[in-house]
Design a protein. Structure first.
Length: 265
């Protein structure tokens, strides 16, 4: 069953006299229950694509259809409601630093008007799921990177989403912690039936949990399909441009507040 359809999607950024085609004629289908990996080097268009899936970035042209509804045809209220089905976790965790762990998880539930008692009970249930029951009253600054990402995952699950988008969710983690987060994501996929779309530049991530993969290069889809059928150019993707990666991280930090405000409406 199709959960996400991307049809002839293009995204361009224009700055004065400069135009950058970040995505060009992308066509993809993600089925319900997939763990779908999107891989490519820095600048390939991965982050732009995943942000188009929940309309944090509005495509220049083309369609994004989620569960039969074209996002571009929804008004702002309808889009906010649809986003409740599409959770997202980020590379830098993006937890609310002034709130403790349990209140970070309660936050999206409070936005939905869930009663405080019910929200708190659900938050503790999710904390147990991600293995952090003893960290309920800790603050993000007191947690390791892996623990912060587990809190972010619990927060993302609070609204019972059908789709989980992962924007370089393990890029800031060491290999051992990455493996534990990937194991948790796979468990969530199997237990809750949540469709996962993740972007990464790490071949090991794709091979560890994805059943399908798409390869992006310079804004174009060069190959997609089941993991075992796609010819993945490994050598290319083990090479990283560290300078660009650092610039992307700084850009993400500077723009997070605006993105989250837009996302939660």
């Amino acid at each position: 069953m199709r959960e996400i359809e991307i049809k002839s999607l293009c995204k361009s950024f224009v700055d004065k006299d400069t135009k950058v085609d970040a995505l060009r004629d992308i066509n993809l289908t993600v089925d319900k229950g997939d763990i779908f990996g999107i891989i490519g080097m820095s600048g390939a268009g991965k982050s732009t694509l995943i942000r188009c899936l929940n309309y944090l970035e509005k495509p220049t042209s083309g369609q994004v259809i989620v569960e039969g509804k074209e996002l571009g045809q929804l008004n702002e209220k309808e889009l906010r409601e649809k986003r409740q089905d599409i959770a997202m976790i980020f590379q830098h965790f993006n937890l609310l630093q002034q709130k403790n762990v349990i209140d970070n998880i309660i936050f999206p539930l409070s936005l939905q008007g869930v009663k405080k008692k019910d929200a708190r009970a659900k938050a503790f249930e999710l904390l147990s799921k991600v293995g952090l029951e003893d960290k309920a009253n800790s603050y993000p600054s007191q947690l390791s990177g892996g623990q912060q990402q587990r809190v972010a995952i619990a927060r993302a699950l609070a609204a019972d989403p059908k789709i989980l988008l992962c924007d370089e969710a393990t890029s800031a983690l060491d290999p051992q912690t990455t493996a534990s987060i990937l194991s948790l994501l796979k468990e969530i996929n199997q237990e809750y039936g949540i469709t996962i779309v993740l972007i990464t530049h790490q071949m090991s991530v794709v091979k560890a949990i994805c059943n399908k993969v798409a390869v992006l290069e310079e804004g174009q889809l060069v190959e997609s399909g089941r993991l075992e059928e796609v010819n993945l150019p490994e050598d290319k993707f083990f090479w990283l441009n560290k300078e660009n990666e650092l610039k992307n991280k700084e850009f993400a930090k500077n723009n997070y507040s605006k993105e989250v405000r837009n996302y939660v409406g």
